[in-house]
Design a protein around this ligand. Structure first.
Ligand code: UDP
Length: 238
């Protein structure tokens, strides 16, 4: 095992993770917290051991994606709550991929949750807490200099690839990938997939029962939030 890199100053604290510098300017350490927020932090709570489960699940998914040729910021998991990552200059547009209508799409467009989309759609949201992450056209990102048109093409293609790989993997484990959010960033000019992939950022439904195995259990007070995260980790670990 390589020596663990030293954790230097914290330079960013988000809702679910803290980021620390290391002696290497190209590498950062992500620390996964148990804090849970929803509706732009208007609802707050903690989910016991969420940080541990999300770190482990993200490791599994990033490893799977790297194995399928999708470049990510993941280097290795350092401990229960720490992950070593490549430092990214984050693009301030969240990428949401949807296979089935749910959440904000159901609400915005007056559609039933659970409606299967004829084909996968990729949406972008401007990362701004002050504006509640509004839905944007990809052109807005180009107009306002958040990403180049070429970068957006790369992101769009990568997001669809991620969907194919994850949907297939999860289907074999009895899970429907309803929708998910990705973040991308630049590392030495190259677009890498960043952030985390876990029940906080994806909607996972059990294939047989359609039971929710993700953060909607917290958002909607459905109970047994921890149980759902544990169940997802168990399924993807096999
Ligand atoms: N999502 C996320 N962070 C956000 C917004 C959405 O991880 O700030 C994820 C969410 O878990 C879901 C997908 O992106 O898997 C689509 O979310 P949606 O737009 O339906 O919004 P929500 O219903 O979560 O407000």
């Amino acid at each position: 095992m390589e020596n663990a890199p030293q954790m230097l100053e914290m330079f960013y604290e988000g809702k679910a993770k803290k980021l620390y510098a290391t002696a290497d300017p190209d590498l950062v350490i992500a620390y996964f917290k148990d804090d849970a927020t929803a509706f732009n932090a208007k609802k707050r709570g903690t989910i016991e051991d969420k940080g541990v489960m999300n770190n482990r699940m993200s490791e599994l998914f990033f490893t799977l994606l790297e194995g399928n040729g999708i470049p990510t910021h993941f280097v290795r998991r350092l401990s229960d709550r720490e992950m070593l990552c490549r430092r990214l200059q984050i693009i301030p547009a969240e990428t949401v991929v949807r296979n089935i209508v749910a959440g904000s799409m159901a609400k915005r467009l007056g559609r039933e949750e659970g409606e299967k989309l004829k084909h996968t759609i990729v949406e972008y949201y401007y990362k701004s807490d002050a504006l509640d992450d509004p839905l944007i056209y990809p052109e807005h990102a180009v107009l306002f200099g958040w990403a180049t048109a070429e970068e957006l093409d790369t992101i769009h293609a990568m997001a669809l690839r991620v969907n194919d790989v994850l949907s297939g993997f999860l289907d074999q484990r009895g899970v429907i990938l309803v929708d998910f959010k990705l973040e991308f960033g630049r590392h030495h000019g190259k677009i890498l997939l960043g952030d985390e992939i876990c029940p906080d950022t994806c909607r996972f439904w059990d294939k047989a029962t359609l039971q929710k195995l993700d953060k909607d259990r917290f958002r909607r007070d459905l109970g047994d939030v921890e149980g759902a995260y544990h169940e997802m980790l168990r399924r993807v670990s096999n």
